[in-house]
Ligand binder design. Structure first.
Ligand code: MOS
Length: 718
């Protein structure tokens, strides 16, 4: 089915199931241990052996020798796989540092061997007996040292004459903000079971994008991807770290071949930060020039980041072109090449840290103007995409988000003067930030079966903890007129139709639209069998009413339909995005500088909310991650050895329950006619765009101290 906006009226306009808060149907499985994650799939194939990944002990150089004799002789060892001396293995789709290093090491903890044994403990013990010698070369690991000479990546975006307008502006802000590297820190590490059957390979793994995984594996292993099956029904978090296959998948495939047995590998937690991908550090300079009435006349955002050779940086300017009006603009990205591990997508790549700078700069501008920060944002609301008057916003309600949030949060009680509210040792402050995150859509396929009046949905879409099972079941139930418990959803298997997958907050609207398309096809088949015009029929409670005649769904027998939704080119005329108003109140200890978040509020504008309950969980989770980015999370680089030293959950500090006492999420009742037949947009990344800046602004409001170097740890306030 081709979707050409606007969506117009459709079945979802008077939906009874879609749009209702629905507990996740996989919830009971998750809390009773019956939702198996990749490493727990003991039953899918017999005779599983255990693999242990050996990571390089240097960041750059070559292996001069690897002594395997003792390891090979260790109890239970079946095989040891080391990378071939020739070509690096594992440059696949969108990964630039080989997943399996060898003669050349290109980053710390890059996989250099895999030990396979009868038990996990035996594999681990044998791996410790491998004696590897290296010839270490000098690497470049220090972002600050190379940043200034980083080349521009991509074209700078310019509009009008920024420099002149900035120089002439009545009020000017010129500040620099820095964000550190961050790791995804998902609960379930990367894990894979691999098994060969002749030249056919099956991987039970944990992955966000099944079709990409299948194609990548074909490329990397030099086999026809048609011979690869990937299965990933439950994913314990991904945040972008599982968009692309990683070393666990490649090594499990190679080790299984060598061991002539199925092999399971869980990437050890201390390996994840350096072996897999991370969000790179940024250094962002923002200049804002405005008239005394608050109108921005000059807006510049320059961002410096880094990556391995050939890959792009963390693109923190992504939102800046879209959020605020302003006639004279300059945005540019610069990317240095470093020998650190590869940087790649992490939840709202670019925007998540871009907001940490832009939305604090807006707070600084509001203060310089003596203006309320919400009013400043309202004054600078654009009518069309800045610099592109032909391009409209599909549905934009940012001002409503800010105004409704202000009401709910009690914004009017804010003291415009910082450090004015104190009770005992605690200083109190509130902050606001706007949130913008694009809402892309990708083609998405599904198959639906009807038997005995029940529906089974098959698609390779994934549920990364987001609630996909539930929103797909809701969509199919609505379309076919059956109760929710008459729908079974099966996900994550590459033998099912290719879906949009879970990434870039495109999954919810795209995958449900694909299910909608397949259900339209199934309804037409049912109409042909029972003799009615399906496009003019009402499917409800297991029956169908068409042209004043009633039919029973169960009488249609056993039928199957498959379709893929494709999105028209109309999107080039629209910027399709989601918006939020983020609010936060903090208390800061006047003596120790310790920050406590007291409450957070997000008011979100994301079109139809398919399942308010699971959408709320998405936003809450993202707000927690934003709190981590603002206050605690930081990959610390050892610039001598080229590694992240705090590469486990003991040293990399993520927020815990006690850090987040109260969160509230409100969704505006909007519909986006342009995005998809669902009129819905994603929220999983919107929720991390802005709250960190709201926290930073609240700390400033509490203390009168502006720290621009994230995370905002207490030492920086003393
Ligand atoms: Mo997202 S960073 O595209 O999983």
């Amino acid at each position: 089915m081709q979707f050409d906006a606007p969506a117009g009226s459709n079945i979802f306009d008077d939906a009874r199931i879609v749009g209702k808060s629905t507990p996740r149907i996989d919830g009971p499985n998750k809390v009773t241990g019956t939702a198996p994650y990749a490493y727990e799939r003991h039953d899918v194939v017999a005779d599983q052996a255990y693999g242990w990944i050996v990571g390089a002990g240097i960041a750059k150089g070559r292996i001069t020798s690897m002594e395997l004799t003792a390891a090979k002789a260790a109890p239970g060892v079946i095989a040891i796989v080391t990378a071939p001396d020739t070509q690096p293995v594992g440059k696949g789709m969108d990964n630039h540092a080989p997943l399996f290093g060898g003669s050349e090491i290109t980053h710390y903890h890059q996989a250099i061997a895999c030990v396979v044994a009868e038990t996990f403990e035996q594999a681990r013990a044998a791996a410790a007996l491998i004696d590897t010698n290296y010839d270490r070369s000098t690497g470049s690991f220090d972002f600050d040292a190379v940043r200034a000479s980083a080349p521009r990546s991509g074209e700078a975006e310019t509009l009008g004459d920024f420099e002149t307008a900035f120089a002439e502006a009545a009020v000017q802000i010129d500040e620099t903000y820095t964000t550190p590297g961050q790791t995804h820190a998902m609960m379930e590490p990367l894990a894979t079971i691999a098994a060969w059957d002749g030249d056919k390979l099956t991987l039970w793994t944990s992955n966000q994008m099944i079709t990409w995984a299948k194609e990548s594996l074909g490329d990397i292993l030099g086999i026809d991807s048609a011979n690869v099956r990937v299965d990933s029904p439950y994913v314990g978090g991904g945040f972008g770290g599982k968009l692309f296959i990683r070393a666990d998948a490649v090594l499990a495939a190679l080790a299984s071949k060598a061991a002539k047995r199925p092999v399971k590998i869980m990437m050890q937690r201390p390996l994840v930060a350096n072996n897999a991908t991370h969000r790179q550090a940024t250094h962002q300079r923002i200049r804002l020039g405005a008239r005394m009435d608050g109108h921005i006349t000059a807006l510049s955002h320059q961002n410096w980041s880094y990556n391995v050779e050939g890959a792009s940086g963390e693109t923190a300017t992504a939102q800046t072109a879209k959020v605020y009006a302003g006639a004279n603009r300059l945005t540019a990205e610069y990317c240095a090449t470093l020998d650190l591990p590869e940087g790649n997508a992490m939840r709202a790549p670019g925007e998540a840290v871009g907001h940490l700078a832009l939305e604090v700069a807006m707070d600084e501008l509001a203060e310089a103007l003596g203006m309320d920060p919400i009013e400043l944002r309202v004054v600078n609301e654009p009518d069309a995409v800045p610099g592109n008057p032909g391009k409209r916003f599909s549905d934009r309600n940012l001002v409503r988000c800010l105004r409704e949030g202000a009401d709910r949060f009690g914004w009017s009680e804010r003291s415009a003067t910082p450090a004015a509210r104190r009770e005992g040792r605690w200083l109190f402050g509130v902050g606001v930030a706007a949130g913008y995150r694009g809402a892309p859509t990708c083609k998405s396929g599904a198959r639906v079966h009807l038997a005995d009046g029940r529906i089974v949905v098959e698609t390779d879409m994934t549920d990364i903890g987001t609630g996909t099972y539930t929103i797909i079941a809701q969509t199919a139930a609505e379309m076919m007129g059956v109760p929710l418990d008459h729908v079974t959803v099966t996900l994550g298997d590459s033998s099912f139709p290719a879906s949009a997958g879970s990434g870039g907050q495109w999954g919810a609207t795209s995958s449900t639209a694909g299910v909608y398309a397949a259900c339209v096809a199934l309804r037409r088949q049912i109409g042909e069998v029972l003799g009615f015009d399906a496009d003019d029929a009402r499917f409800e409670d297991g029956s169908i009413v068409a042209a004043n005649k009633a039919f029973r769904l169960a009488d249609a027998g056993t039928l199957s339909a498959e379709d893929t939704i494709r999105f028209g080119k109309f999107k080039k005329d629209y910027d399709v995005a989601t918006y939020a108003g983020h609010f936060c109140e903090v208390a800061v200890d006047a003596y120790t500088g310790e920050t406590h978040i007291r409450r957070m509020l997000a008011v979100c504008d994301a079109g139809r909310i398919l399942n308010p309950l699971s959408a709320r969980s998405q936003v809450i989770g993202a707000m927690v991650m934003a709190a981590g980015a603002a206050l605690t999370e930081e990959l610390t680089v050892d610039t001598r050895f080229g590694c992240f030293v705090n590469h486990d959950l003991a040293g990399y500090e993520v927020p815990v329950h006690a850090d987040i006492p109260h969160q509230e999420v409100i969704f505006l009742d909007t519909l986006d006619e342009i995005v998809s037949p669902m009129k819905a947009k994603g929220v999983g990344e919107l929720g991390i765009c802005g709250p960190g800046a709201a926290i930073a602004n609240a700390i400033y409001n509490a203390t009168g101290i502006r720290v621009r170097d994230y995370p905002l740890t207490l030492d920086k306030y003393l």
